[in-house]
Write a protein that binds this ligand. Structure first.
Ligand SMILES: *Cc1c(COP(=O)(O)O)cnc(C)c1O
Length: 402
């Protein structure tokens, strides 16, 4: 392991990513699977996880930003790839050049992409997004007839090809929520109208991980799985990762920076919100909110140190937090495991989500760039460190190199 990884690292098990993709595909056997690798693969590394997902049969990759999709192409990805979060003046031309499917939710973006394609001389691959109730991006049903008519005209002219019609759920992680059926009905209406307008998309899709797992009628031609491919449950209501047959891919581990004896009544960390109940040992974990450890988990976040699950003593600071070992002993350099798959008795990202009042998505995605990602392949027993080529403390997520 390299020098940077000694303080702390996030080990990413690519075999777990592949196993999760296979497990998810088995749950949606009639649909293709898009592995969503936005935000650097939810903090796991987009390029490496995208490649692992492809190996396990993901025929699509998806990102939010066009720049994230470009980075995948630049790293050699050649498969179907879609990005959906565009702002006016976006890099349409480059997306067309790199054969990326782009999402269009309204006339402004349809005009921009058709203008870019006209200059280019190649049809842009456009996926039309309808707002079936999420209230975020997507065309409102009232404007849908106008958008699909304009798209059909652009397709007839040869500037675009409408490759997809799609939408996104608001509450798929709350099985039985009444908005789910309402969104499916609205999606059916939008599909019927697009068909009547002469559009023949290759893929119709609405399911994210929770819909993939709980709602087969929402699978259509393609399911978009993000959190599930990293082995984390979308929500307790859907089940734990273990119940879902998913394996958490990220293990976040640090080396204790110090262990020392202190007397009872000793205040710990900023604000002295914790004070030692008696003579004890305090262990210092060199990870803080700058590394993505939620400050909301102060006094609450779980960590495995010296064979036991312990709770953070006092506040999480920018770079470090403290654990009270009670009567137990540990030494500087010993491991502190914040979360992982749980096999060694360590907490999971889902446990952290509960402790911090958030969701597993946020726990893994916010792990900062100071924490090097170390790629592990438990199938091939081939360990490979990424991200510390003598650049001191800054680690290199987002620029994996082989
Ligand atoms: C992030 C995202 C997904 C993936 O959602 P998960 O719940 O992580 O599976 C799917 N579709 C869109 C549009 C997204 O933004």
């Amino acid at each position: 392991m390299n020098e940077t990884a000694k303080r702390a690292h996030a080990a990413i098990d690519l075999a777990a990513v592949r196993a999760n993709v296979r497990a998810l595909r088995a749950r949606a056997p009639r649909a293709e699977l898009m592995a969503v690798v936005k935000s650097d693969g939810y903090g796991h590394g987009a390029v490496r996880c995208g490649r692992a997902a492809r190996e396990a049969g993901a025929s699509w990759l998806g990102t939010a930003l066009p720049e994230e999709a470009f980075a995948l192409r630049e790293a050699g990805d050649t498969g179907r790839l879609m990005c959906w979060l565009w702002t006016p003046g976006g890099p349409w031309h480059r997306a067309i050049e790199l054969d990326i499917d782009v999402s269009v939710s309204g006339l402004w973006s349809l005009h921009e992409v058709t203008a870019a394609a006209r200059g280019f001389g190649r049809a842009a691959r456009v996926q039309l997004k309808v707002d079936t109730g999420l209230g975020r991006n997507g065309c409102q049903p009232a404007h849908w007839p106008e958008l699909i008519a304009a798209a059909a005209a652009a397709e007839a002219e040869g500037t675009i090809r409408v490759t997809g019609v799609w939408s996104h759920f608001a509450c798929a992680d709350e099985p039985g929520h009444p908005s789910i059926a309402a969104q499916l009905a609205a999606f059916e209406d939008a599909l019927a109208l697009s068909e009547a307008a002469g559009l023949r998309p290759e893929v119709r899709h609405i399911a994210n991980t929770p819909a993939l797992l709980t709602l087969p009628e929402a699978h259509y031609d393609l399911v978009r799985a993000g959190i599930g491919i990293y082995g984390i449950s979308p929500a307790p209501e859907v089940g734990t990762s273990q119940e879902l047959g998913l394996r958490p891919a990220m293990t976040l581990e640090a080396s204790l920076a110090s262990v020392k004896r202190v007397p009872g009544g000793h205040g710990v960390s900023y604000g002295h919100t914790y004070s030692t109940p008696g003579d004890t040992s305090l262990a210092l974990v060199p990870l803080g909110y700058a590394d993505g450890i939620p400050r909301h988990a102060s006094g609450n976040g779980p960590v495995l140190v010296a064979g036991k699950w312990r709770t953070i003593a006092g506040r999480v600071a920018m770079d470090q937090f403290v654990v009270d070992l009670g009567g137990d002993t540990a030494h500087a350099g010993d491991p502190a495991v914040l979360f992982g798959p749980g096999d060694r008795g360590e907490p999971t990202a889902e446990d952290w989500a509960r402790a911090a009042g958030t969701i597993g998505y946020e726990i893994v995605t916010r792990i900062g760039t100071r924490v090097p990602r170390v790629y592990v392949d438990s199938e091939m027993e081939n360990h490979q460190a990424d991200g510390a080529d003598g650049d001191g403390d800054t680690a290199l997520t987002g620029v994996p190199h082989d």
